[in-house]
Design a protein around this ligand. Structure first.
Ligand code: AP5
Ligand code: ZN
Length: 217
């Protein structure tokens, strides 16, 4: 499969993507995770990106396009297809992605948008816990780990993202509505767009996704 998973912060992109990855044995490229890896590695890019992420802004289109291009070219898991999570986030990125795929004679099968109202996102974001090295995601109430603040698989500590507070979320939502909502219109014009109600339980959202995939021959 080759697809984009869209939706506002906390919509459930990082929750659903691993299930899609398992179903299709493709790669899951999450640009936010890639940037956080740069932050953890204390690279120059990581230092610059952290400031932008904590303020809810966007890292430059050129950097993000290059990051996706090099992963698609080199990551062996992507040979079977890909799920893009958090990219494209501007129409400029969407246009560049089209060019990139055209050059490879590939096309996108789906652009799926996880749709949810802003007021449900505060609780999801402020309660989120992550296991940094694997990207596994939990929630203090909605999906608690078996043992307090500890990853179920490795037993390592869970952390909160530095942009997961109400203040930064407000800014991320402003950025989303201004710069990323137009990407939805971009794909609605193409015929590959589908919307899913992301306010339901994770398992219900997954069923809706399966419903979309079932229509592929
Ligand atoms: P990124 O990491 O992509 O953050 P985001 O888009 O804000 O999305 P989130 O990761 O917050 O939400 P999600 O949809 O993955 O939710 P999740 O499944 O974890 O980007 C971070 C930053 O990097 C950006 O702000 C930007 O600065 C920069 N960046 C990234 N890509 C860029 C690009 N292309 N261009 C420029 N800049 C870029 O779920 C959230 C919580 O809710 C979890 O705790 C989960 O357990 C829970 N949950 C999930 N589903 C449900 C459900 N159905 N019911 C109840 N709880 C649920
Ligand atoms: Zn995410």
């Amino acid at each position: 499969i080759r697809m984009i998973l869209m939706g506002p912060p906390g919509a459930g992109k990082g929750t659903q993507a691993p299930w899609i990855k398992e179903k299709y044995s493709c790669c899951h490229l999450a640009t936010g995770d890639m940037l956080r890896a740069q932050v953890a590695a204390k690279t120059q890019l990581g230092r610059e990106a952290k400031k932008i992420m904590d303020q809810g802004g966007l890292v430059s289109d050129d950097i993000m396009v290059e990051m996706i291009k090099s992963e698609l070219d080199s990551n062996k898991e992507c040979k079977n297809g890909f799920i893009l999570d958090g990219f494209p986030r501007t129409t400029a990125q969407a246009e560049k992605l089209d060019e990139m795929l055209q050059a490879k004679s590939q096309n996108l099968k789906h652009a799926i948008e996880l749709q949810i109202k802003d007021d449900l996102l505060v609780a999801r974001i402020t309660g989120r816990l992550i296991h940094p090295s694997s990207g596994r995601t939990y929630h203090k109430q909605f999906n608690p780990p078996k043992k307090d603040m500890t990853d179920d698989v490795t037993g390592e500590p869970l952390i909160q993202r530095s942009d997961d507070n109400e203040d930064a979320l407000k800014k991320r939502l402003v950025t989303y509505h201004k710069q990323t909502a137009p990407v939805s219109d971009y794909y609605r014009k193409t015929g590959i767009w589908s919307g899913v109600d992301a306010s339901k339980q994770p398992g219900e959202v997954w069923k809706s996704l399966l419903g979309i995939f079932e229509q592929d021959q």
